[in-house]
Ligand binder design. Sequence first.
Ligand SMILES: O=C(O)[C@H](O)[C@@H](O)[C@H](O)[C@H](O)CO
Ligand SMILES: [Zn+2]
Length: 299
Amino acid sequence: MSTIKIEAVAPEASRCGESPLWEEKSNSLLFVDIPGKKICRWNSLTNQVQEIVIDSPATSVAIRQCGGYVATVGTRFCVVNWENQLVSDLVSVDQDKKNNRFNDGKVDPAGRYFAGTMAEETAPAVLERHQGSLYALFPNGTVKKYFDNVDISNGLDWSLDHKIFYYIDSLSYSVDAFDYDLQTGLIVNRRSIYKMEKEEQIPDGMCIDTEGKLWVACYNGGRVIRIDPETGKRLQTVKLPTDKTTSCCFGGKDYSELYVTSARDGMDPDKLSRQPEAGKTFKITGLGVKGIAPFAFAG
Ligand SMILES: O=C(O)[C@H](O)[C@@H](O)[C@H](O)[C@H](O)CO
Ligand SMILES: [Zn+2]
């Protein structure tokens, strides 16, 4: 039995850290600070953080096959050139919805960049409902809209055999699954595979491990949970030292460390003084499970 250890990494706290992503070649963890309008890259070897500050909320980041990164910023899919700190627009969505922005995003095993939108919040989880949609940017530059009527488009990932797409619309308090067609990127047959328990609060970001189990960050729940998508059972709970845990990804050597982002925005001063690490990114070791490398955008 291994011992689980949790430590905050990356010196600075984010207002709302999100979209952690391990980049093997730089031994780094990328993540965003949504209201901080930043894309951050923490080098695990030097403990240094580099960041790119943008003009709109940066909500997710992904590796690009041909070099550099792609990101969702405001309602735009963008290309990020880290060397010269340039962020350039590829394509916009939700142009009729001025109060919308992207939220979580991730690249599928065929190199398509999936990301969903939501109305901007006035406070955490307080927003005009049903304004969001789920999109994907295909490698040929076209954008496909899958469905609308989303409250807070959040965690997403694919099963190890690439036949299932997992998806979270936070205010449904459910983790959902669709049948996935890797060839076409089409999703059908939506169903719920896990309903959150009361103390688990709001499902946010998620990632899959090498056993095909899902790790879900519980916003306001201060934990990540491991669920079995086949049985709908929770297998494990790992509590973190702060309540607003937002997302998770595996990284580090052999993808054996779980990185968890968190937020401090929306916490009252009393809570903040009791949870001084709010907004930090945490590294969990000793879980005894591993994750998989992120897929890179193929466009
Ligand atoms: O991190 C995100 O996905 C959202 O952008 C956040 O604002 C929170 O998750 C949300 O407030 C929880 O409901
Ligand atoms: Zn999220």
